[in-house]
Design a protein around this ligand. Structure first.
Ligand code: SF4
Length: 347
């Protein structure tokens, strides 16, 4: 697991960010979904924040909101000390050169009808006006940086494996020497061995170029190796955040505990006593979220207060914060773990 980065001035500072989508429907009331609800976090230079949650939890919307690719309803997003919510479109276009995205599907950023050289060189041909010769030599360098051969430059995306295509997408993201890369499920579609290779590459690039990552994934196992800190999302809220080491060893939120129980844990003591915990019920409709704690409809600990009062973020021993009434409910409830609760365990 990566060591924690300590920085006095974060590269990214997000405070109380909310994003709401509304969809007009014929003969029905407009569907309004608050995809992100009062989310706050920071990312230091050279740091990786793993952002984890189920599909529909709002994590990808946060990634897009950082680059102002979706409209923010309220809150503040600062990047390298510049408030992004108030800058002009032209300033934001300039800022985006330093903030790039890598998606799950490389075809989102690679034109299938263009050669790899054309796709990778497009950002610096557009933004830096390099000559064809300069652009060609930069493409060759970038291909080598991501572990591909310069001779791959004239091939088309369909000629590559999934892992190689993701390397090409990473080379394109690096073209303008960014400071932040938002990796949105960037390795989720790859097999485990290719995932590990791409994650190792991303770690090497982070160390070499002092990059920061917002690493978005639906699975805690995927971010385990690369993340310095982890934030867990549920229904538009960050319900727990903290140093990766503490979060994996001592998850404080019942939802984090359930997610962790679903992955193999290389700790014989834990894995012997813990089976897979199946949470009952489905993710609630984000257009009609439950009152109080967003997790109360599935939480085996839910108390009366959970159905009425949204838990505030409180500090956790070992670092980080959790939004759960168990943290403040008193000694008789503190220290309980999901293993003690009435949940279905599959071994
Ligand atoms: Fe469960 Fe209540 Fe904690 Fe929410 S606040 S996670 S419902 S115990």
């Amino acid at each position: 697991m990566s060591q924690q980065i300590v920085s006095s001035q974060p590269l990214v500072e997000v405070k109380d960010l909310s994003v709401t989508f509304s969809k007009k429907r014929l003969f029905k009331p407009t569907r309004v979904v608050r995809a992100v609800n009062g989310v706050s976090f920071e990312i230091a230079q050279g740091e990786t924040l793993g952002l984890v949650g189920e599909s529909g939890s709002g994590k990808s919307t946060i990634g897009r909101a950082l680059l102002k690719l979706v409209p923010m309803e309220s809150g503040s997003v600062r990047f390298d000390n510049t408030e992004l919510t108030t800058i002009s479109r032209a300033e934001m276009r300039r800022m985006r050169r330093r903030m790039q995205m890598v998606f799950q599907d490389p075809y989102s950023s690679l034109d299938p009808s263009a050669t790899v050289a054309a796709s990778i060189s497009e950002p610096f041909r557009v933004h830096e006006g390099l000559s064809a010769k300069q652009a060609w030599s930069r493409v060759q360098e970038l291909l080598e940086v991501v572990g591909l051969r310069p001779s791959h430059a004239n091939r088309y995306p369909y000629e590559f494996s999934g892992g190689q295509r993701q390397r090409v997408a990473i080379a394109r993201a690096l073209a303008l020497t960014p400071h932040l890369i938002v990796c949105d499920e960037a390795v989720s579609a790859l097999d485990v061995s290719t995932q590990n290779q791409v994650i190792n590459l991303l770690e090497d690039l982070r160390d070499e170029f002092d990059l920061s990552y917002l690493f978005i994934a639906h699975d805690l196992a995927i971010v385990r190796h690369i993340a310095h800190r982890v934030a867990v999302m549920y229904l538009g809220h960050i319900v727990e955040s903290g140093p990766a080491e503490r979060t994996y060893q001592r998850p404080a939120h019942p939802y984090t505990q359930a997610l962790l129980s679903a992955i193999p844990i290389p700790n014989p003591e834990r894995s012997n006593r813990a089976g897979r915990i199946l949470l009952r019920g489905d993710l609630p409709d984000p257009a009609n979220p439950p009152s109080g704690c967003p997790f109360q409809t599935r939480c085996p600990y839910a108390m009366d207060v959970c159905r009425e009062v949204m838990p505030a973020m409180t500090a956790v021993d070992g670092g980080g914060q959790v939004a759960c009434h168990l943290q403040t409910a008193g000694p008789e409830l503190n220290g309980r773990s999901l293993m003690d609760a009435d949940v279905e365990v599959v071994r």
